[in-house]
Design a binder for this molecule. Structure first.
Ligand SMILES: [Zn+2]
Ligand SMILES: [Zn+2]
Length: 260
């Protein structure tokens, strides 16, 4: 499929029965791109019947556990399944060093090659490019070095090219607006509602209102919100606050697929 976004996890750091931690798979130009890989992502990957053979590239926004604790399980399972295609992982510098002892212990003699690419979350640059798609980093503002990712198709006959921006996790920052200007779909974290604005600031996240404000300022086509705090039981509260600012907002849900 082309131009589809599968949500595998749209919760945040504290596990809940309602949500899994961050993970999504973007299908663009007949390729699959995994974005973040929270704990349990491989379960949703199989439940949604996504194809491992199309997945060559995983992009990790930052090294908080809710965005990368699922990687070692995914890597190990791919090995047990006899995968032979290489898997490229794009992540901040420390990831390979942190994973290496686990890889040495659990994944010795694996049937496929893992290739780490170090990204610099402090500047916007192209980190992936093939004939049909490129991926550009979007520097974000968070407690640890963090970047989002902008996926851009190169060509599309008659129709406008598709652009999809992923921004999680981040303090409110208008610095990203020029980078994501006019994308058809923006996924922006909305960890808190206004009631928890103080906590939102101290943990360097965004509220639903702030996510919608960024969507409005960047003149995007649609906004998908996620990365919900465990403190909010009723997720429609996120949607109501976001829609008050930017009407074309969708609330992400696990196991759902959205057209970007
Ligand atoms: Zn997070
Ligand atoms: Zn984080």
């Amino acid at each position: 499929m082309n131009g589809e976004l599968h949500i595998l996890g749209c919760g945040s750091a504290l596990p809940t029965f309602q949500n899994s931690p961050a993970c999504q798979v973007l299908e663009l130009c007949d390729k699959s791109f995994m974005i973040d890989c929270g704990e349990g992502s491989q379960i949703w990957f199989r439940r949604m019947a996504l194809k491992t053979a199309r997945l060559y590239n995983v992009f990790i926004s930052h090294l908080h556990g809710d965005h990368c604790f699922g990687l070692i399980g995914l890597i190990s399972t791919f090995g047990m399944m006899g995968r032979t295609q290489p898997l490229h992982i794009y992540a901040p510098a420390d990831l390979e060093r942190l994973l290496q002892p686990w890889l040495d212990y659990h994944c010795e003699g694996m049937s496929y090659e893992l290739i780490f690419h170090v990204i610099n979350p402090r500047k916007s640059e192209v980190i992936y490019e093939d004939r049909t798609v490129s991926v550009t980093t979007i520097p974000l503002k968070h407690k640890v070095p963090t970047c989002g990712f902008l996926f851009t198709e190169h060509h599309r006959d008659t129709e406008p090219i598709k652009r999809y921006a992923y921004c999680s996790d981040t303090y409110y920052t208008e610095r990203i607006v020029p980078v994501i200007e006019g994308v058809q779909t923006l996924y922006h974290e909305a960890t808190y509602i206004e009631k928890y604005a103080d906590r939102c600031r101290s943990t360097m996240h965004s509220t639903a209102t702030e996510a919608a404000t960024i969507a409005q300022k960047a003149n995007v086509g649609q906004l998908i919100i996620g990365h919900y705090s465990a403190r909010v039981d009723d997720h429609t509260e996120f949607l109501i606050e976001a829609k008050a600012v930017f009407d074309n907002t969708i609330m992400a849900e696990e196991c759902h697929t959205y057209t970007i």
